[in-house]
Write a protein that binds this ligand. Structure first.
Ligand code: DX5
Ligand code: ZN
Length: 233
């Protein structure tokens, strides 16, 4: 199954979870209807923050059957993909900006049996991944500058999602579009309308009192937009 089959996937980012109770938090989002667990890996070089490594990914994998979406915000990501695959990563995404050999890294991720994705920072154009779009399982649009949770959605990301949608259609690619940063019940309809179907949400989920309620709200808003788009075609 490809990831772009129009199914809406909600991927809470554990960056905003209570790390002192990480196992419980992961179980709580799974029980609340999350489709995927998003893990933000930061190295203090590519982004200013430092977060988690394969050890934590392995611990998360032990408490859930949900797919793990490992977002590598690190320099030289090719050095670490094997460790994350062995820790249980199902999807591994690497930033377009981190290396000279994105095509090779994408191939290496797939050889390890994982879904492979490229991530675009706010200033990186959609066209930068056009030559390899048929090699990608997903492309992730950063709708904030990577490094921290809780930032505001950058509106120009919507145009980039639309452009990617066109590039994907033009090449008959099965590449899905994921969006990361500032996703909330208030912004998700616009993002779904632009053409994304996988939604990362950190603070909107973990900052809420009721995880199930906010996940449901976001799913319904995205679904309503998909239905509206389908009707107007
Ligand atoms: C930012 C991370 C995001 C982050 C999103 O660098 O990649 O996954 O957790 O957080 P929110 O949803 O709070 O914008
Ligand atoms: Zn992320």
């Amino acid at each position: 199954m490809n990831l772009s089959n129009k199914k809406i996937l909600i991927a809470p980012s554990i960056l905003s979870a209570d790390f002192a109770r990480l196992g419980e938090e992961v179980k709580a989002i799974a029980a609340a209807g999350a489709d995927v667990v998003h893990l933000d890996v930061m190295d203090g070089h590519f982004v200013p923050n430092i977060t988690i490594g394969p050890l934590i990914a392995e611990a998360v994998n032990r408490v859930t059957d949900l797919p793990l979406d490992v977002h590598l915000m690190i320099e030289n990501p090719e050095r670490y993909i094997k460790a994350f695959a062995e820790a249980g990563a199902d999807w591994i995404t690497v930033h377009q900006e981190t290396g000279y050999h994105l095509h090779r890294t994408i191939g290496a991720i797939k050889e390890l049996g994982c879904r492979a994705g490229a991530v675009l920072n706010p200033a990186t154009p959609a066209e930068s991944i056009a030559p390899i779009i048929n090699d990608l399982d997903l492309v992730m649009v950063m709708s904030v500058n990577p490094g921290f949770g809780g930032q505001s959605f950058i509106a120009s990301s919507l145009n980039k999602i639309r452009r990617l949608k066109e590039l994907i259609a033009a090449k008959n690619s099965t590449c899905a579009i994921e969006v990361d940063g500032g996703v909330s019940p208030a912004t998700i309809a616009g993002i779904a309308g632009a053409g994304a179907n996988i939604f990362v949400a950190g603070s909107a989920v973990f900052g809420s009192e009721d995880y199930a309620k906010v996940i449901k709200k976001m799913r319904q808003a995205a679904e309503a937009t998909f239905e509206l788009n389908a009707k107007s075609k």
